[in-house]
Write a protein of this length. Structure first.
Length: 115
């Protein structure tokens, strides 16, 4: 089973930087990212940890820990794991077009074959 991919927010918390900085790291090629659905950036845990390790090696652990703590305080410090209802809502939110299109196709087929 593949590991869970980090979102931009989760990667920002791990690295202790802002979400805008994460996007700049991706654009510059310093942080590998994957596009899900052509729009949503996701990150492998190992790759984010490797970048974090590089920051540790270059600037020291205290800088990263302080940045993480400051970032968490700015964002209220609350990171909730996704519960099952949240995942279901996300599924419907991101796939609503396909669900509606499939329902309409079924209704049209039902209408055609009933007549």
């Amino acid at each position: 089973m593949p590991d869970k991919l980090y979102t931009i927010e989760e990667a920002a918390i791990v690295l202790g930087v802002s979400e805008d900085r994460i996007k700049k790291l991706v654009e510059s090629g310093n942080l590998p990212a994957y596009k899900i659905g052509g729009r949503f950036l996701r990150f492998r845990k190992e790759q984010v940890e490797a970048v974090r390790y590089e920051i540790h090696a270059k600037f020291g652990a205290k800088v990263v820990e302080r940045a993480s703590r400051d970032y968490l305080q700015k964002t209220k410090g609350v990171v909730y794991p996704q519960s099952l209802p949240d995942r279901i809502l996300d599924f419907f939110y991101f796939n609503d077009f396909y669900i509606i299109a499939a329902a309409l196709a079924c209704l049209i087929l039902l209408f055609i074959f009933k007549a």
